[in-house]
Write a protein that binds this ligand. Structure first.
Ligand code: KIV
Ligand code: ZN
Length: 499
């Protein structure tokens, strides 16, 4: 039955369609960690895989089913009994049966007639229900399928017992008005819940999914960071925040976890999130140009949506320094560390910041403070919280990278040895361990980028880090021949400015 109250279900397919992204192959451990994060995030249904496709997929789905998560776990199956049985063996809650329905896909892939698809849809839906599972039916390539046949097929699936009817825009060719009309027609003809699964070939996956929701769909299929076949699926964060902040519709998603979820998938998928990506991109709440930064410093809603804040999605607002920077940004950053300057000095500082940024070089907070010290002739009376004494790292193909670090913190010698994914990670863990013990609280690493490496194996590595404690974030750079040393130098420079 169509629900009266409009709570939109989020069906996440990062582990199924998302994993079909060319080049992605999550390990079993990564799949479990992703499922755990999606569950924490509040995803209603996790499509964990396509069990019949490989033993690797089947094992992963089984493992996820055994995790005791609150999200329902779904497995994908063709209209074939052994596919459904493979899902049942894994212990899923829901089985997602699908078949190509457009003429082009039927003729060139399964070679099934419209009638054959109908018969098997009915039989498989009945089988799934008789075995006691939730059943979702997808008419693959629905947006290129003859509409009368499509509706007839959805009715057949419903008669067979399907609980959810999914409308996939498999090759991403529809547009929001057409999607609205299609889903509206289906909605009027069936009672089962309608789901929508949109691909992003024309960049319209989110818009098309939202149009389907307007027309009555109660579930949206998404993938974190918009992963998926070709140009991907509708992006989870974009769908959830548009539903929440523009459409005023509820979901069960804890939006404050969106940023960290996106970053986890970025790491595991090795597909970098573009800096301009909405909601979770590095620049989603970053401001550089004078007019914008001035406005945001006065009131953030001036140049941000307001109905969506960085806090709502677990991100942060940043005032960046660059060629477009204005006086207000410089004044604000200097005042945060208790520094003031005359109007002439401010002009000079601004000029030097812009000069440094010319050619696209990133200007860190530490760069600004150093420039300000030179221009005003006033070295900041800062206690150097941390001074590095010794650092050694062990790494290799049969070793867990480990770093041993000795540093003087507020005059006291401290040591730590930590492991990490790589030598830089291990060294950062070691310095974080020492600092948090001494200052009572974590200093989080919020940004890490290798800005430049000059040519050759004896090249200079330039690393920029952003560290955060409480509300404050400071960026700084380190430049060395050794990338681990450059990273630690940048981290320590930032911490010394931060505390
Ligand atoms: O894009 C698609 O049609 C699919 C189906 C399996 C739902 O991924
Ligand atoms: Zn798909």
């Amino acid at each position: 039955m169509h629900k009266k109250e409009r709570l939109i279900e989020i069906f996440d397919t990062t582990l199924r369609d998302g994993e079909q992204t060319p080049g992605i192959a999550f390990t079993q451990e990564q799949k479990s960690a992703i499922a755990k994060q999606l569950d924490r995030l509040g995803v209603d249904i996790i499509e964990a895989g396509f069990p019949i496709s490989s033993t690797r997929d089947k094992d992963a789905v089984k493992l996820i089913c055994e995790m005791g998560l609150s999200s329902k776990i779904c497995g994908l199956a063709r209209l074939i009994t052994k596919d459904v049985d493979a899902c049942i063996d894994c212990g899923v809650d829901m089985i997602h049966i699908f078949a190509p329905t457009s003429a082009i896909q039927r003729e060139h892939t399964t070679k099934m007639s419209e009638e054959e698809v109908k018969t098997q849809t009915y039989e498989l839906a009945q089988y799934v229900k008789a075995e006691g599972f939730l059943c979702m039916f997808s008419a693959m390539d629905a947006t290129r399928t003859d509409v009368d046949y499509l509706i007839d097929l959805y009715k057949t699936a419903e008669e067979g017992g399907a609980d959810i009817l999914n409308v996939p825009d498999t090759v991403g060719v529809t547009e929001p008005f057409a999607m609205y009309e299609l889903v509206r027609r289906i909605y009027k003809e069936v009672k089962a819940q309608i789901s929508v699964h949109c691909h992003n070939d024309f960049g319209l996956a989110v818009a098309n999914s939202l149009a389907a929701v307007k027309a009555g769909a109660e579930e949206v299929q998404v993938a974190v960071n918009g992963l998926g076949e070709r140009a991907g699926n509708a992006d989870l964060a974009e769908i959830v925040m548009a539903l929440n902040s523009i459409y005023g519709l509820k979901t069960n998603i804890k939006t404050q976890l969106l940023f960290e979820t996106a970053r986890l998938i970025e790491r595991y998928s090795r597909i970098q999130i573009p800096i301009t990506r909405p909601i979770v991109g590095e620049n989603a709440f970053a401001h550089e140009s004078g007019i914008h930064a001035h406005g945001v410093i006065a009131k953030s809603d001036t140049f941000e949506p307001g109905i969506m804040t960085p806090e709502m999605v677990g991100h942060r607002r940043r005032i960046m320094l660059g060629t477009h920077t204005g006086k207000h940004s410089v004044e604000k950053k200097l005042s945060e560390i208790g520094m003031s300057c005359t109007k002439e000095q401010l002009d000079e500082i601004l000029e030097r910041v812009k000069e440094l940024a010319t050619g696209g070089k990133k200007v860190t907070d530490d760069d600004l403070f150093t420039i300000a010290e030179v221009v005003t002739g006033e070295a900041l009376e800062q206690e150097r919280l941390v001074t590095l004494k010794e650092l050694s790292v062990m790494t290799g193909n049969n070793l867990i990278p480990t770093a041993s670090l000795k540093a003087v913190v507020r005059g006291k010698e401290c040591k730590s040895a930590q492991m990490g994914i790589g030598p830089v990670d291990a060294a950062i863990h070691a310095i974080q361990d020492i600092i948090s013990g001494e200052i009572g609280g974590d200093v989080k690493l919020k940004e890490f980028r290798i800005e430049a490496i000059t040519g050759g194996s004896d090249a200079l590595a330039e690393v920029i880090v952003g560290v955060e404690k409480g509300e404050r974030t400071v960026t700084a750079r380190g430049v060395r021949e050794d990338i681990v040393m450059a990273s630690i130098e940048a981290f320590i420079n930032a911490v010394n400015r931060l505390i």
